[in-house]
Design a binder for this molecule. Structure first.
Ligand code: PEP
Ligand code: MG
Length: 878
C-alpha cells in the first residue's frame, strides 16, 4: 500500500503517530479538538524513509505534492508564501515517532527574502521585528541547510553590538539588523559560492531535506543509541504557519509542563519570555521568567492557557509538555507531548492520575519505566553532612553526584572512558554536548532554565543537573569557574545536588534513599498483578535485610564463596586449600565452620519464613590464592637476598608450587562448581554442616527456615546424584544431633547447555532449577564473561553484529531457547518443578518479561533492583 507523503494537520490523528511522528500526530489531534493551533501540514516518516532509499533525492512528483499541501495551508492562513505585501512564513521542524528533544534540526521564519522582509516590516509599527526575523532565518538556514558554523554569524552581531555599545540583542535597531543582514548574506556567498536563496519554495524544499538529513546527525545517533531507539524509523517534518512571540511586548513564548517534571507535584511548571521566539527559551540563552509570573503580566492569556493545559491533560490522560506562543495578545499552542520526567515524578504522576480517576491502576503500572526506578533508589547527600556550598542554581534534575570538574564534552567523554567520575560544567549545553552528558555523573550550567536543553536531557537520563547557576563565572579558555573569591579548576572535585541546586566543594557523604508513599503504593499494585515471585541475590544479613525491605520474597542465590572472601577469613581459606593431607584440611575447615554457621544463622533470622537458596562453593580454588606472577616476583626477590629468612623462603616456595598446580588455562571451564564438591567433598560437607546447624539453631530460636541447597555447574545427572547423596547424609547427621527435622530441598543451577538439554534426566533428582544465565550465556555463546566486553563485544554491539549485550539482556533466541527447553523438559519429568533465574538478567526488564512468558516461578536479583523487578514482572503480566 502507498503510504501518504503529505498530510494536513486537520486530517491528522493521534493514532497515525507512526506516520506523522509524535509532534505531527499531536498537532493533528489538537487541531481537530479545536485548540488554537497555527495551520500546517506534516511530511510523513514514510516520505523520509523513501527519500533515504532513493539516495537522498526529492522527486518532481513529491515536489508537486508539497506544492498542493502548501496551497491548502495558504488558503487556511489567508496568506501566501513569498507574497511581497503580506507574506506567509513557516517553521520547518523535525518530529520523530519517539521524541528526541533538540537532537534534530529546525528552521524558523522560512519564506523571508529581500522582498518579503519589506512587506513584513510594513505590517507592523516596529519594522525592527521584521529584520530581526530575517537575520534569524539566515542564521538558522545557514547553520542547518548550508552547514555554516554558527559562530560566524554571532561574531557579526557582536561587532555591531560593540559599535553600538549594546549589551543585548534587543538593543539593536532595525537599521542595525539591516546592516547585519547584509554582512550575513556576504558571508553566505563567500562560504557557499552562491547568494542566499531568495525563492521561498526552493528554501522550503531545501529546509525539508536538511531536516530529513538531521535524522542521521551525530547527536541524534548517540541519543538513539542511549535510549535504544531504532535507526530505521526516520523523522517526519512539520511545516507550520509561523506565529510571532517576538512581535512586541504583547507577545511572548514559553514552555510549560502540566505538572512538575522533577517531583510530580500537581502545579503548572514552566517558563516564558516576553518578546522572544521559542528557540530562545529552549536553547537557554536568555534566562526566562517562571510561568506563574504570566498570571500578573497577561492574566487573560494565563487563564486560557491553564484551561487548555487541563483539557490536554485529560485528553491525553498524562502529564503534558506544552509549547505556546502569544502573538499580539493571541494565544497559540505549538506543541504538546507527554512530558519527560524523573522517576520520582513518573511514580507520583501515575499514582495521582489513578486517584484523580483519569487512568486505571493497570495503566499506571505501564507509565513508569522500571529502569528509571534506579534513580529513586539512588543515594543522596547525607543531610547531616557539613557542606561547603559554593553556589546555588536551579534544581533541574534530582540526585547527587561527586566528580572532577570538566568544561568540555569531549574531555568528559575521554576521562569517563578512563574510569574517572566527572561533572560537566558549561555556560549552557547544546545538543552537540550530548556525549558529554552521557559520560558525566552530573551537569551544571550557568545559564538557562528548568526546561533548557541540559535539564531536559539530564532528567531523561536520570542524572543530577543544576541549571541557571548565575553565580558561577565560567572561563572556558582558562578551564575554571569562579564564585566570588573561590576558583575551581578543571580536575578539582565538586559535588552537586540536583534536588536543591547546590554546587558543593569536594566530595560528600551519600545516604540511602527513602521510598515515598506513592512509590510503595505503585509497587503494591504491581504485586497484585504480577505472577512471578521476586527474590534476591544476597550473601549476608545486611543485604538480605535491605532486599526484604524492598519486597524480596526470599533469597534466590546466596553465593557462599563471598563468605570466604572477607579479609580475616582468607588465611583460613588459604590454609584449607594448601593443606597437604586430609587431616590438615579438616583442621582448617573446622575453623571456618563456625564463621560460616554464624553467617547462615544471621541470614535465616533475617529471612524468617521465606525460602533461602544457598549455593555451595562455586569458583576455582586458585581465586582465593595470591596471583602467580606476583608470587614469583616475591620469591625471586627473596631467593636473591642472602639475608632472607629460610623458613619464609620455604613457605613461599610451597605456596608457589600449590598455585602452579591449581593453575588452569581455562579456569571458567575448569575445576569449579560441583566438580570441586566431587573431588573435595570435605569442603561441601563443612558448608552443609554449617548450614544445617545454623538452620537447627535458628529453628530453636523460633525462626521458620526454608533452606534450598543448590549445586552449581551441573552438566550431567550423575553429578547431581552424587551431590544430593552428600547433602542428605549431612542433613540426617545434623538432624539426628539436633533432634530437629529440618525442611530442606535440593536443586541445581542450570548453567551449561548440557544441563538444559538433559533437563528431564536432571529433574529426576532435583527439587528445583535455577537458571544461572551469566554462565549459561558464557557457555552458550562461548564468550568469556570476564573478557568479552573489553575485547570485542563493544564492537559487536556498535556494529550491530549483536542487537544487545547478551550479558545484560537475555539472548532469547539462543540462551532463552535453552531456558525454555530446560523448563519444559524438567517439568515433563517432574511436574511442578520449581524454576527460577538468578543470573544478572533476573533484574533486567526485558529478560524479566521473557521469564514471565516462559513460565518461571521467580526471578532473583540484587537488592537494589528488587523494586524494578516487581514492576517489570507486573508489566509483563498486564
Ligand atoms: C550465573 O552463572 O548466572 C550465576 C548466577 O552464578 P555466578 O554469577 O555466581 O557464576
Ligand atoms: Mg554461575
Amino acid at each position: 500500500m502507498n503510504r501518504p507523503f503529505v498530510i494536513p494537520f486537520h486530517e491528522g490523528r493521534l493514532k497515525m503517530k507512526d506516520l506523522l511522528g509524535g509532534k505531527g500526530a499531536n498537532l493533528g489531534e489538537m487541531t481537530r479538538a479545536g485548540l488554537p493551533v497555527p495551520p500546517g501540514f506534516t511530511i510523513t516518516t514514510a516520505a523520509c524513509l523513501e527519500y533515504f532509499e532513493a539516495g537522498r533525492i526529492l522527486t518532481e512528483e513529491r515536489k508537486r505534492e508539497i506544492a498542493m499541501a502548501l496551497s491548502g495551508l495558504e488558503q487556511e492562513a489567508g496568506k501566501k508564501l513569498g507574497d511581497p505585501r503580506d507574506p506567509l512564513l513557516v517553521s520547518v521542524r523535525s518530529g520523530s515517532v519517539i521524541s528526541m528533544p533538540g537532537m534534530m534540526d529546525t528552521v524558523l521564519n522560512l519564506g523571508l527574502n529581500d522582498e518579503t522582509v519589506e512587506g513584513l516590516a510594513g505590517l507592523t509599527d516596529d519594522p525592527r521585528f521584521a529584520y530581526d526575523c530575517y537575520r534569524r532565518f539566515i542564521q538558522m538556514f545557514g547553520d542547518v541547510v548550508l552547514g555554516m558554523a554558527p559562530y560566524r554569524f554571532e561574531e557579526t552581531i557582536e561587532v555591531r553590538k560593540e559599535e553600538r555599545g549594546a549589551t543585548s540583542d534587543t538593543e539593536l535597531s532595525a537599521e542595525d539588523w539591516k546592516w547585519v543582514i547584509e554582512r550575513f548574506k556576504e558571508e553566505v556567498e563567500r562560504e557557499t559560492g552562491n547568494p542566499f536563496p531568495q525563492d521561498p519554495v526552493d528554501q522550503l524544499h531545501r529546509a525539508v531535506l536538511a531536516v530529513f538529513d538531521s535524522w542521521h546527525n551525530q547527536r541524534a545517533r548517540i541519543y538513539r543509541k542511549v535510549h535504544k531507539i531504532s535507526d530505521g524509523l526516520g523523522t517526519a517534518v512539520n511545516v507550520q504557519m509561523m506565529v510571532f512571540g517576538n512581535a512586541g511586548d504583547d507577545s511572548g513564548t514559553g514552555v510549560a509542563f502540566t505538572r512538575n517534571p522533577s517531583t510530580g507535584e500537581k502545579a503548572l511548571y514552566g517558563e516564558y519570555l516576553i518578546n522572544a521566539q521559542g528557540e530562545d527559551v529552549v536553547a537557554g540563552i536568555r534566562t526566562p521568567e517562571p510561568i506563574a509570573a504570566l498570571a500578573s503580566r497577561m492574566p487573560g492569556i494565563y487563564e486560557q492557557f491553564r484551561s487548555i493545559c487541563r483539557r490536554l491533560e485529560n485528553h491525553y490522560r498524562d502529564m503534558q509538555d506544552i509549547e505556546f506562543t502569544v502573538e499580539r495578545g493571541k494565544l497559540y499552542i505549538l506543541q504538546t507531548r507527554s512530558g519527560k520526567r524523573t522517576a520520582h515524578a513518573a511514580v507520583k504522576v501515575a499514582v495521582d492520575l489513578v486517584n484523580e480517576e483519569i487512568i486505571d491502576r493497570e495503566t499506571a503500572l505501564t507509565r513508569v519505566d522500571p529502569e528509571q526506578l534506579d534513580q529513586i533508589l539512588h543515594r543522596r547527600i547525607d543531610p547531616e553532612a557539613e557542606l561547603d556550598v559554593l553556589a546555588k542554581g536551579l534544581p533541574a534534575s534530582p540526585g547527587a553526584a561527586s566528580g572532577r570538574v570538566v568544561f568540555d564534552a569531549d574531555i568528559a567523554e575521554r576521562l569517563s572512558h578512563e574510569g574517572q567520575k566527572v561533572i560537566l560544567i558549561r555556560p549552557e549545553t547544546t545538543p552537540e554536548d550530548i556525549h558529554g552528558i552521557v559520560a558525566a555523573r552530573g551537569v551544571v550550567t550557568s545559564r538557562g532554565g528548568m526546561t533548557s536543553h541540559a535539564a531536559v536531557v539530564a532528567r531523561g537520563m536520570g542524572k543530577p543537573c543544576i541549571c541557571g547557576c548565575g553565580e558561577m563565572e565560567i572561563n572556558l579558555k582558562q578551564k575554571e569557574f569562579r564564585v566570588a573569591e573561590t576558583v575551581i579548576r578543571e580536575g578539582d572535585e565538586i559535588s552537586i545536588d540536583g534536588g536543591t541546586g547546590h554546587v558543593i566543594s569536594g566530595s560528600v557523604p551519600l545516604i540511602d534513599p527513602e521510598l515515598s508513599e506513592e512509590f510503595q503504593l505503585l509497587l503494591k499494585w504491581a504485586d497484585e498483578y504480577r505472577r512471578l515471585a521476586v527474590r534476591t541475590n544476597a550473601d549476608n544479613p545486611a543485604d538480605a535485610a535491605k532486599a526484604r525491605e524492598f519486597g524480596a520474597e526470599g533469597i534466590g542465590l546466596c553465593r557462599t564463596e563471598h563468605m570466604f572472601m572477607e579479609a580475616d577469613r582468607v588465611p583460613l581459606v588459604q590454609a584449607m586449600i594448601l593443606a597437604e593431607t586430609v587431616e590438615e584440611r579438616q583442621k582448617a575447615l573446622e575453623k571456618l565452620l563456625p564463621l560460616q554457621k554464624e553467617d547462615f544463622r544471621g541470614i535465616f533470622r533475617t529471612m524468617d519464613d521465606l525460602p533461602v537458596t544457598v549455593r555451595l562453593l562455586d569458583p576455582p580454588l586458585h581465586e582465593f590464592l595470591p596471583d602467580m606472577e606476583e608470587l614469583l616476583t616475591e620469591w625471586t626477590r627473596l631467593s636473591m637476598n642472602p639475608d632472607a629468612d629460610p623458613q619464609e623462603l620455604r613457605e613461599k616456595e610451597q605456596l608457589l608450587r600449590k598455585v602452579r598446580s591449581l593453575h588452569e588455562m581455562n579456569p571458567m571451564l575448569g575445576h569449579r562448581g560441583c566438580r570441586l564438591g566431587l573431588i573435595h567433598p570435605e569442603i561441601y560437607v563443612m558448608q552443609l554442616k554449617a548450614l544445617f546447624q545454623a538452620a537447627a539453631e535458628a529453628m530453636a530460636e523460633g525462626v521458620t527456615v526454608e533452606p534450598e541447597i543448590m549445586i552449581p555447574l551441573v552438566g550431567h545427572v550423575n553429578e547431581l546424584k552424587e551431590m544430593r547423596k552428600l547433602v542428605d547424609e549431612v542433613a540426617s547427621e545434623v538432624q539426628e544431633e539436633s533432634g530437629r527435622a529440618i525442611p530442606y530441598t535440593v536443586g541445581t543451577m542450570i548453567e551449561v547447555p548440557r544441563a538444559a538439554l538433559t533437563a528431564d534426566e536432571i529433574a529426576s533428582v532435583a527439587d528445583f532449577f535455577s537458571f544461572g544465565t551469566n554462565d549459561l550465556t558464557q557457555t552458550t555463546f562461548g564468550y568469556s564473561r570476564d573478557d568479552a566486553e573489553g575485547k570485542f563485544l563493544h564492537h559487536y554491539i556498535d556494529h550491530k553484529v549483536l542487537p544487545e549485550n547478551p550479558f545484560v539482556t537475555l539472548d532469547t533466541d539462543g540462551v532463552g531457547k535453552l531456558v525454555s527447553m530446560g523448563v519444559e523438559l524438567g517439568r515433563k519429568s517432574k511436574s511442578g518443578l520449581k524454576t527460577g533465574i538468578c543470573g544478572e538478567h533476573g533484574g533486567e526488564k526485558q529478560s524479566i518479561r521473557f521469564c514471565h512468558q516462559t513460565g518461571l516461578d521467580y526471578v532473583s536479583c540484587s537488592p537494589f533492583r528488587i523494586p524494578l523487578a516487581r514492576l517489570a514482572a507486573a508489566q509483563a503480566a498486564v
